[in-house]
Design a protein around this ligand. Structure first.
Ligand SMILES: Cc1cc2nc3c(=O)[nH]c(=O)nc-3n(C[C@H](O)[C@H](O)[C@H](O)COP(=O)(O)OP(=O)(O)OC[C@H]3O[C@@H](n4cnc5c(N)ncnc54)[C@H](O)[C@@H]3O)c2cc1C
Length: 262
């Protein structure tokens, strides 16, 4: 194999070189997320763990966007934890430290149970069996042309930037598995194809949690929730997101008609 250059005059030259290595890429533009230690350190310096605690569920909340750097070992989880601990009141940064803990937790589960990554850990608790879920992702999902403008926004963001906020990942995963009744494995594969932080443990075990094959109940949401947390970032109006309208009880009946207690 040819030795690859490691020095480039600028980012455009690097991107042009990568394109020559992947002729199938077409005209897609590169993600705006820059790699490398300097970019990771800049994000680390800017973390605000106290604001994170109260705003992290909002798509415009004080999240760090550090996941691609952590995933590829450019910034370590310990560094992030230590930086947060330096920043003050332990009570205020508790939520932030807990979320870092989730990453560590998923890694440990994966190390102990490598076969849980692609296989259902338990049965679905939705009233459906695995056979009721489709084996392929419909084209309108991969193309970002579904009947939900918010989901289309998230799909486009996933494909163009390689990053999604945690809540957007939960919404899109739930839409794929519960509204479209597609096996979680298809959604997980789609995410891993595009995420710059794509990680089998965090991604696939989170998908199993949403699906309910690694949880006591399925995760789903309604339009009120979407509008509360995502309206600043994505088109969440009723007319372009009708499938999510209704109370949680109504939606449970629609999505899971055979589920006990729905
Ligand atoms: C369906 C689904 C798929 C996901 N796929 C991935 C994936 O492939 N790779 C990945 O790194 N994370 C994944 N996550 C977890 C989480 O969404 C991302 O780590 C987080 O959104 C990354 O953005 P951030 O760096 O701004 O996170 P922040 O909210 O700023 O959190 C800081 C760091 O803590 C860790 N973290 C925070 N929340 C979680 C969480 N719920 N689970 C695990 N780690 C967490 C991450 O390392 C993150 O970088 C997934 C979650 C869901 C629901």
């Amino acid at each position: 194999m040819d030795k690859q250059p490691t020095q480039f005059n600028d980012r455009a030259a690097l991107i042009a070189h990568v394109k020559t290595l992947s002729p199938g890429l077409g005209d897609e533009t590169a993600s705006a997320i820059e790699g490398g230690r300097a970019a990771g350190e800049a994000l680390l310096a800017a973390i605000d763990p106290a604001a994170y605690g109260s705003s992290r569920n909002f798509l415009d909340g004080a999240v760090t966007r550090l996941s691609p750097y952590i995933r590829h070992g450019i910034v370590t989880l310990n560094e992030v934890r230590n930086r947060a601990l330096e920043m003050g009141d332990a009570k205020l940064i508790e939520k932030f430290i807990q979320e870092l803990g989730w990453r560590d937790f998923w890694q440990r589960i994966y190390a102990q149970n490598p076969d849980w990554i692609w296989h259902d850990i338990e049965a679905y608790k939705t009233g459906f069996s695995a056979d009721d879920y489709a084996d392929t992702l419909p084209d309108d999902i991969t193309d970002g042309e579904t009947d939900s403008a918010a989901m289309n926004h998230f799909i486009t963001e996933l494909k163009t930037s390689g990053y999604l906020h945690n809540h957007a990942r939960m919404y899109l995963a739930a839409y794929i598995v519960h509204w479209r009744r597609v096996k979680w494995q298809c959604g997980a594969r789609f995410f891993l194809t595009h995420l710059l932080d794509g990680d089998p443990a965090s991604n696939n075990l989170s998908f199993q949690w949403v699906a309910s094959t690694f949880a006591n109940k399925p995760y789903f949401f309604n339009l009120d929730n979407l509008q509360k947390f995502a309206a600043m970032q994505a088109p969440c109006d009723f007319h372009h997101n009708k499938c999510f309208a209704g109370s949680y009880d109504d939606l449970a009946l629609r999505l899971f008609p055979h589920m006990e207690g729905a």
